[in-house]
Design a protein around this ligand. Structure first.
Ligand code: AMP
Length: 222
């Protein structure tokens, strides 16, 4: 099973990917997380990536393609994987198509105000990348990851200066992928306007039923 998660920054797809990776027992590959790891290294490539990410722009395709090609050859990907944050444009989508057979594309959607609120409240673990939210899913101890005890921080690119640019880039470069995958008959919508924490269980069981072919659409939970 090879799943692609599409959707604007802050929509909640990373949170759902972190749950589904356990439910489906396939790895969650977040290109944002891979890039943040690379950016921590004090190398010319790391510094270049960091600069691009802080501006909210896309890292060049040749860097991304190399990164993805390498990651999906790891042993843990042999039964499939979840790609979160890749592809981000048509060049990446066309390249991916030559590498693997995508089975499902989940397009996560929420209203703009919900997205802005999620982005401004998001806090992430420095160590294991677990996602929390200051208003939604709070950690048990403030500033500390429930899962690994790592320190929680607000991503630099979740600050308002970068957020606007990231949303613009999403609309211009990534949104066209919705038509691309709809035309291929691979896309299903997942609407999450309600508080993630309140609907997570019900939505996960719907997604699971969809992936097992038991239902053919995922209803919004209101
Ligand atoms: P994310 O964690 O998915 O929101 O990604 C954070 C940042 O990493 C983005 O704003 C981009 O700068 C970069 N990035 C992540 N995935 C990609 C990709 N597939 N192509 C280009 N840049 C990416």
């Amino acid at each position: 099973m090879i799943l692609l998660f599409l959707g604007s920054p802050g929509v909640g797809k990373g949170t759902y990917a972190q749950v589904l990776t356990e439910v489906l027992e396939i790895p969650h590959i977040s290109t944002g997380d891979l890039l943040r790891e690379e950016a921590k290294r004090d190398t010319p490539l790391g510094r270049e990536i960091n600069e691009i990410m802080m501006k909210g722009e896309l890292v060049p395709d040749h860097v991304m393609l190399k990164l993805i090609e390498e990651r999906i050859t790891h042993d843990d990907c042999k039964n499939g994987f979840i790609l979160d944050g890749f592809p981000r444009n048509l060049v990446q989508a066309n390249h991916l198509q030559n590498l693997v057979d995508i089975t499902h594309v989940l397009n996560f959607k929420a209203d703009d105000e919900v997205i802005i609120q999620r982005l401004s409240g998001r806090i992430t673990c420095k160590k294991c990348n677990m996602i929390y939210n200051k208003v939604g899913k709070k950690p048990e101890i403030e500033g500390v990851c429930d899962k690994c005890g790592g320190e929680l921080f607000q991503r630099e690119d979740d600050k308002p200066e970068s957020v606007k640019k990231r949303l613009d880039v999403y609309r211009e470069k990534t949104q066209p992928l919705i038509d691309h995958y709809t035309n291929k008959g691979l896309l299903v919508e997942v609407v999450i306007n309600k508080h993630i924490i309140e609907i997570k269980e019900r939505l996960i069981s719907q997604i699971k039923a969809y992936l097992e072919g038991k239902i053919n659409k995922i209803e919004e939970i209101k």
